[in-house]
Design a protein around this ligand. Structure first.
Ligand SMILES: [Zn+2]
Length: 142
């Protein structure tokens, strides 16, 4: 299993059976399976998306956006409850190129990615339980 460190962007190889053992980055020591959503820059994003072999849920947000702030704790909760999805946050103001590339028209927008491809997106505030159900529904559909 290949995972990309959200701190130094190094690619790490972790045996599948060790995913639950709190693996850390071989380069910087950061937890690779943290249940706390990491903030990613748009420079980090392409490699993170293409080299992470677990599904990824991206929250496009901005500091001035009230609904985004309202959803933040829900997103945190969902991340704790679904460790096999990598939860990350992208500040859309600091990531204009990525926002354009992904066609983000409103925030918050959640983007569910797998193997570098988008499999679902959803705009607007969702409670934690709904985030998890929505993601699992798309991940489990053929
Ligand atoms: Zn690292």
């Amino acid at each position: 299993m290949q995972l990309v460190c959200t701190n130094c962007n190094a690619t790490n190889r972790v045996p599948n059976e060790r995913l639950g053992d709190q693996p850390v980055c071989g380069k910087c020591g950061q937890a690779l399976m943290s249940t706390h959503p990491a903030q990613l820059s748009e420079q980090q994003l392409p490699k993170f998306l293409s080299h992470t072999e677990l599904p990824i849920l991206i929250d496009f947000w901005a500091a001035w956006c009230g609904p985004c702030r309202a959803m933040a704790p829900q997103f945190e909760q969902a991340a704790m409850a679904a460790p096999n999805i990598r939860f990350v946050k992208v500040d859309s103001d600091a990531a204009p190129i990525a926002s354009q590339q992904f066609g983000i028209r409103s925030i918050p927008t959640l983007l569910l990615m797998r193997d570098g491809r988008e499999i679902a997106r959803q705009s607007g505030v969702m409670p934690a339980q709904q985030i998890i159900e929505w993601a699992n529904r798309h991940l489990n559909s053929p």
